[in-house]
Structures are given as structure tokens and as C-alpha cells.
Design a binder for this molecule. Sequence first.
Ligand SMILES: Nc1ncnc2c1ncn2[C@@H]1O[C@H](COP(=O)(O)OP(=O)(O)O)[C@@H](O)[C@H]1O
Ligand SMILES: [Mg+2]
Length: 449
Amino acid sequence: MSEIQITPVRQPKWSSVHSHIRGLGLDKNGKALRVADGMIGQTEAREAAGLVVEMVKQGRLGGKGVLIVGPSGTGKTAIAVAMARELGEDTPFVAINGSEVLAAENKTEFLMQAMRRAVGVRMRDEREVVTGVVTDLKYLKRTSPFYPYPVLGGAKVTLETRDDSGTFTVGPEVAQQFQELGIRKGDVIMIDVNTGEVRRLGRVKEKAAVSYDIDVTENVEIPSGRVRSRREIVRTLTLHDIDASIAAQRAAFTIFGFLREESAISDEVRSRTDELVKKLRDEGKAELVPGIMFIDDAHMLDIEAFSFLTKAMEGEFAPIIVLATNRGMTTVRGTDEVSPHGMPRDLLDRLLIITTKPYSEDEIREIIRVRAEEEEVELSDDALSALTKIGAERSLRYAVQLLQPAKLAAERRGSSRVEASDVEQVSKLFADLKTSIEYVEKYKDLLLH
Ligand SMILES: Nc1ncnc2c1ncn2[C@@H]1O[C@H](COP(=O)(O)OP(=O)(O)O)[C@@H](O)[C@H]1O
Ligand SMILES: [Mg+2]
């Protein structure tokens, strides 16, 4: 067992268009607050999702999955993301699309890998780390021969504990994590010396910004001891991380061994992982963290994929499978059978169905307002109304996508605030999906096929 070196792979990043979502926004009794955790409206769906989260926490979802049904842009993905957030920061969230599965060379292998990426294993471990409060942080730029603009070359960071301090120059991989995590002076961080993985532990009490810090970062004490030291930490890996590192070690023994992330992993490797995880769990050194495997456009899956999923849901190490679709009655791909949402009955029997409804204009306005705040786009009242109108008439997603171009248009006028005219200008430049499809239809004969 000890010969297995596990290299942690970083948790998948939250899709940026859903970064404002911090949870389902429910009160203690599971009732949806109108606006909370970045979530607006969609009350019943959020409350239903809250019940699913509760069932997962109590281990009572057993063998069942979730299906979210609703028109496009009604927050199906947002709700799945919120469920993962409710389950905890280290809960894996894997999003795939039904058509990706269909296009995969080996459909079941693709699904299997996605499932194993969606199950976490939380482990206690002693690691060589540097830790402390950030007292200085400078990003280093460098020029690239392949790219005309300066790129991130690394960073120089100074860390202090109560007893020690040290300055470190780190490479671009680590510097990039600083940026993604929004590390700034006053944050307490920890860097794994062997893997370069960065964690933000919280903010130092006396340096914590007051009130308007909406994030839920805990205030923490300045660590004591040496900056560079061995410390016990808790890490969450995924089953796939462990599969990949076992497989990589195998590959190292073959002369031409060359393992790509996507390459198939043998059943034998997977059962070794399962045994290892069970053993660690029995010894109290690890616990399972079932995450969410989200399959969008699930009506695109075919009968082979559906059978695989139906069986997989029962497995001991299964994630919570959340499917989403905007289709009604349609043929199950690979059969002649017409069925609700294009899914076979035996699968539907195992799914808890949640529906999402189109938003009212007020809700659209509120969602755009929250997104604008998240993206640091200042909107005049008229601009917000213009975007709301676009959101209601065309699509919410399109309205949200116009925020950054509109901000740029405002900046070109020398203003930091977006006005209705900026919105109007960029909405003429960028097309929404409906328009782009009409365009292709209209010019069918002129465009290349
Ligand atoms: N109820 C909601 N509260 C806050 N943001 C939402 C809500 N519903 C959708 N959004 C945001 O609106 C955009 C479109 O929603 P999305 O989840 O992609 O819809 P769908 O998956 O149904 O097509 C995303 O940026 C999403 O985060
Ligand atoms: Mg979606």
C-alpha cells in the first residue's frame, strides 16, 4: 500500500457563469429565501433540491438520481451547482453533456471516468508545506515567444507565522492558483511543497475587511511554528485521481509507457483503487465524499449509456447523478420507443424529477443585477432595464453574456458605468442563439458545409 504515491489533481473549477452561486439560499427549515446565496426565485425547484441534499447527507438517496426538467436558461445548471455547494467546498462537481457522451469513442469508459471524477475521498495526511499569513505578494510577468502580451511568469510571496517568516519565488502554476483563489495580503495560505497545490485557509482576524466582504471566509489565527514544516492536512482527491496515479505508476514500468489523462483505465486498476479506499476507510483514515455528476441535455444519451447509468447508480461508490433536459416526449436514442424526456422507463423510475419554470421580469432583473455585481459591472437603471428586456425577449444567458462587452463599450466612452446605449450598441454586434440560427438558415447556400 505504501508504495502508492498519490498526486492530487485540483478540484474542477466552478464554471465561471455560475460563480455567483454559493448555495441554494434556503432557511433552516428548508424554505427558499427570495434572494440568497446568489439564487433568485425558482422557489419550488430550490426547495426540492434542498431535500435531495438533505437525503444525500443522511445517506437516504440510495440508488436514486435527480432529473431537472425545464426550458433553457431557467437555472437547471445553476441548481445543480448550488447543490454541490450545499454539500461542501470539497464536494466534486462534474458537468458533462449528453452529446459529448454520444461522441466519445468509448461511451461507457467516458461515463465511468466522469463518475469517478465525481466521487471524492477525504484523507488525513502528513505533508511538507509552507504556510503563514501573506504579508507581501507580487506577480512576475514574462514575455512569451508564442504570445504578444506579457503572461504570468510566477510570483514572489512572503509568508509569516508568529515565529518565522520566509519569501518564496513560485512558478506560474502556483501563481495562477493565487489568482484564481484571489489571494491577497492578510490571507492565511498553505502551499504543498511537493505538488504545488495552494489552499486558502482564511483571513487573519485583525486584517479581515469588515462588513461588505460577502464571502464566507472564516477568520483564522496567524499560524505558529516554522513557515516550512510537516503538517497534518486534510485533502480531498477523487477516485479518478487515485485511478490515474496507480495507472501512471504501472505505465512507468513499461518501456513505452505513456499515459494520457483521457486514456482508458483498466478495471483492474479501478478495483485496486476501490480496495485501497475501503481499507483506508475501515482504518478511519479516509471518508467518501459523493459529489455531483451533472449530465446536461440528457435526452442526447442513447440506450447503452442509459443502461450503464441505471446500473451504476446502485454502485457502492456512485456519485449523485443529476440529469437535465428541456425535451418532452421523444424517442429514446438507439430504440424505437417514445418515452418521457427520451429516457427509458426503468431509469425514469429511479429519478426524482424537479421542474424549473420561466422567470418573471423581476426575477430576470434581479439575476442580471447579481451577475453584474459578481462581474464588477456597474449598470445604470436604464441599462439594467435594457438588459432585463433582452433577457425576457431573447434569453437570460444572452443578456448575461452582454455584460462584459457593454462594460468595454462604456470604458471606450471614458465611463465606468454602463448606460442603456452601451447595451444597445453591443446587442447589435453580438447575436443570440435564435438570431445566429436564423442567420445560418437565411444564408445556407453561401456558407460552407
Ligand atoms: N434562480 C437563479 N438565481 C440566480 N442565477 C440564476 C438563476 N437561474 C439561472 N441563473 C443564472 O442564469 C444563467 C443561465 O442559467 P442556466 O443555469 O445556465 O440555465 P439552464 O441550465 O436551465 O439553461 C446562468 O448564469 C445562471 O447561473
Ligand atoms: Mg444548462
